[in-house]
Every structure is written in structure tokens, then in C-alpha cells.
Ligand binder design. Sequence first.
Ligand code: PEP
Ligand code: MN
Length: 361
Amino acid sequence: MNHTLESLRKELDRINFQLLNLIAQRGSIVKEIGEIKKKQSVNKFDPIRERKMLDQIIEHNKGPFSDDTVRHLFKQIFKASLELQQEEHHKTLLVSRKRRPLDTVVRIGDEEIGGNNDPIVIAGPCSVESEEQVRKVAQVLKQQGLIFLRGGAYKPRTSPYDFQGLGEQGLEILRKVADEFHLKVVSEIVNPANLNSSVEYVDVIQIGARNMQNFELLKAAGSVQIPVLLKRGLSATIEEFLFAAEYIVSRGNNQVILCERGIRTYEKWTRNTLDISAVPILKKESHLPVIVDISHSTGRRDILDAIAKAALAAGADGLMVETHPDPAVALSDANQQINLTTFRELMKEIDRYNRLNTVKS
Ligand code: PEP
Ligand code: MN
């Protein structure tokens, strides 16, 4: 009896090696086919051919394994083979640090974001409402030595009855006022059709949380040569966020800034939950600059000092904050925008923090 078991096991070992050899032989052929397909620019995955192979195999199945089991086993082999054909660079994302160990520095004229540069602050109203409103904010930005003026012209609002933004007129206001004060404009674009014309007005295109997986918009943003500030989706994982950035970078625009702006959780005392861990994780996984939107992530004014410092301590390359000359009458996000006096105080706190921590790791 023991003798029989022993010899059957030997037989199994022999078959295992045969199977391994056969799978390896199959793999080599698959790779050769992959090379031919690459030269002919033919798609690697051919579902019709796969179905034919599976049908043929099932026709020859005499048991003892069921057709389903045989199908499952061969599908695994096919899947592993297809992975062999996939080029290495498809397995490692362009946005990954594995592909590019050095930090990407995003350049906006003479300004730089990321790398060893000091953290920047992007500030301005939630929505552009009038030239006077934007000018009042721009004046303060200038006094504070800030460069990046934000303001929404196309507003993706939860309710269709809420203020939807001034559209192109809003962009015109931003550009005009920014030029008066030598500032750079950051503004959200929601429609791929508006991308090309917006380049005239904005220095950084913002893609908002609600559009993080608007793939047509991402592809369009990848085809223009202007920096993109990509916000994390309301319920996007970090991986999904990076895939969204990959859409832009893989189309040829590597000037992408990632923005953590809080995610939806069950917590009600903040508008969103700031995922502070995302900052060091993104910095570790990707070479792109990372900033934190302290306004939309918290939705409240009373904790901005602490959150700004937390973001900087976590390694953020910058902050975004909403400020309005008179938040009480703001047409959007009235509850979270800070007035210009509070904004100055916040900047003082941030400066103090930065001075205490001049050496950035
Ligand atoms: C914004 O920054 O104006 C905005 C709408 O933010 P989010 O897309 O993060 O909600
Ligand atoms: Mn807002």
C-alpha cells in the first residue's frame, strides 16, 4: 500500500513538472505572438480567439474535471499569458514613483509647485461673483505675497437651482484682475469642450471632485499643455485617484497637481473627512505634487489653522483655501469661506508655522 502511494506521488511530481514545462512553453509562444501583434499594432486581448480555444478544449474534455472547472483553469492560464504580453510600463503607472523617483515640479510661468519648493497657498472665493469681489481678494493675496488666485466660473452644484457660476464671463474677470496684480489663475473646467478656450484665461485648470472620473475631461486635460489641479473624488480611493491622474499624464500632460479635499464618511461634524494619511501615501506612491484643500475638506472656519498645519506637517506641497470679502452673502459655500481679515490671520499662522519648520523633509 505505502509502496503504491509512494509511486503515485512520484507520478504526480513528474506530471507537475510536465505541466510546468508545458505552461512555460506556452508562455514563450504567447510572448512571440505578443511581439508580432505589437509590430502590427493589433490588440493583445482577442476575446473571439479566446472563446474558440475554450470551446475546443471543452469539446475534448473527457473528465474527471467538470467543464466549468476546466474552463476556469484555462481562463487562469490565458489571463497569466495576457499579462506576459502586457508591456512592463503598463504594469507600473507613469504617475508612480517607481517610474520616476524624482519629484515632479509643476511650473506655472516662473512659479513652481512641488519638489523642494516652499509650500504654496491657492486662495480665493468659491465662485466668481463680480469684478469688485475678485479684486478685493486679489489685493489681499498680493499684500500677502501670494501668487495663486482661485475662483469658480463653472460651478458643479448639487442642486440645479443653485448659482451655477458666471461661466466665461467669470473667467474673463479672473484673468483681468489677475493680470492687474500679476497673479496666476486657478479655475475649474467642467466640460471638455471648454478646455481649449479656457487656456486663454486660466493658468491652472482645476478638475473638481465630482469630475475626477469624467474620463473624457481627463483625456482632454491630458492633451493640453497647461498644468492641471486634480481633486480627489468624493468617494474615490487613493488608487482610483492615481488612475485618474494617469489618464492625464498618459495623454502627454505631466504637469498634474493632486489635491486631497476630503472624502465622504459617516462623520457629520465636518463637511467631508480630510484623509490626512492620503498626503504622505500619495507622496510616497507618486512623484506628483500634493496639496490639501482645507476649506472643502472641513466645511468649517473654526479649525482651519490646525488643519492647515496638519496638512503641512503631513508633507503637503501647498494648501487651497476659500476666502470671500463678505462670506455671509456668498453665492456658494457661504458657511465655509473666511473673510479677508480671518484669511490674513490664517496666513500669519501658516507663516509662523513655516518659519518654525523651515527644513522640509
Ligand atoms: C471647488 O474647489 O470650487 C470645488 C467645487 O471643490 P470640490 O470639487 O473639491 O468639491
Ligand atoms: Mn466651494
